[in-house]
Design a protein around this ligand. Structure first.
Ligand code: INI
Length: 156
């Protein structure tokens, strides 16, 4: 049986963007750091990494659409933090961000990862932004790296 699977290494020529929803930036800045660190540790060239900032998670799919339609990027890592707290916005924003990221990713056929945290509390967000439960920005970037290699293994 032939197993087709992506490896966790970059060649160094991949152009990747991180799209960060700045809302709750105390958390999302940590996710960006994790994603950037994972990119470099796996062989990425920092000169080939862009950071695109948008106001909040709701805007991520719009910037994603524009970034992918530009043809400048091989893959995009999305990060953000939607924290339930007291806001009734939570369900709408987290649903739109998730749906939008998947829809745009499918449209362009390029690796796109969803590193948008959706948590009940700020404490849970902190745990996922570089403490107890790891760094979801780094995990999203590692997903991109595996999918880039998988797509190349699978051919056009
Ligand atoms: N955006 C977030 O990324 N996280 C949140 O927790 C959040 N809350 O709680 O409201 C949030 N709101 C802003 C939203 O993403 C848009 O920027 C805004 O609605 C304008 O379109």
């Amino acid at each position: 049986m032939k197993i087709i699977e992506g490896k966790l290494s970059l060649k160094g020529n991949e152009k990747v963007a991180i799209i960060n929803g700045r809302f709750n930036h105390i958390i999302t800045d940590r996710l960006v750091e994790g994603a950037k660190d994972a990119f470099i540790r796996h062989g990425g060239n920092e000169a080939n990494l862009d950071l695109i900032l948008v106001p909040g998670a709701f805007e991520i799919p719009f910037a994603l659409e524009r970034a992918l339609s530009s043809g400048k990027y091989d893959a995009i890592c999305c990060v953000g933090a939607v924290i339930r707290g007291a806001t009734p916005h939570f369900d709408y924003i987290s649903a739109e961000a998730t749906k939008g990221i998947a829809t745009v990713g499918l449209k362009y056929g390029k690796p796109v990862a969803n590193g948008v945290l959706t948590t009940d509390s700020i404490e849970q967000a902190i745990e996922r932004a570089g403490s107890k439960v790891g760094n979801k920005g780094a995990e999203a970037m590692v997903t991109i790296i595996e999918m880039l290699d998988l797509y190349s293994e699978m051919g056009k």
